[in-house]
Design a protein around this ligand. Sequence first.
Ligand code: ATP
Ligand code: MG
Length: 210
Amino acid sequence: MSIRLYQPEKRRLGLMGGTFDPVHYGHLVAAEEARYQFDMEKVIFIPASKPPHKTRRDISTPEQRLEMTKNAISSNLHFTISDLEIKREGLSYTIDTVRAMKEIYVGWEIYFITGADAILDILTWKNIEGLLKECCFVAATRPGFHLESIGFKLGNLSKEALAKIKTIEVPALAISSTDIRQRVREGRPIKYLLPEVVEKFIYRNNLYHS
Ligand code: ATP
Ligand code: MG
């Protein structure tokens, strides 16, 4: 019998939060690059709950967003999806989601993956130091773009908290859900901006027409 004398490395879990209305290659590339660079065993996509606008056709339902995201990630063995926030309804706080995941993935190290725009928002949250005690952040930025270079108040963070914010560069950063919805509305192409299965779902369900 062999005895492990070393402290095994913690298993790593990525969380990819977002509205995913619709999910696109920007999300997928960022999640995959984060997974690769930080050696995550798994990345969980967590579509946010959003108030249902039943009368508006330019916004899809939580079920449709879940379905699109599920289809988009199906070819990646490391990607999975959680309906935790959608089931919870209303506004979910990231810290609650992270804590809920820690109860399931006991002892794992949690990495919350975001785009650079989202990390800027997050850094202005009230209890950011508390959140950075619970998890790391991976911010996807454009090649050549460094968080320090945009002059926001990183200076307010403690050294320990700062060390928990990592950046990665991803090439597909110009893609956004807002642009895709607008393209659909205007009859312009969305092909090659998102997986074909999501594109088909959008047309089949007549999403994003005003
Ligand atoms: P919208 O235009 O409706 O805001 P979005 O494209 O920004 O949609 P979200 O669902 O809001 O997509 O984003 C989920 C997460 O993915 C956020 O952390 C966001 O910063 C990040 N993200 C969005 N687009 C990209 C992209 N092209 N590359 C890397 N990360 C992205
Ligand atoms: Mg966004």
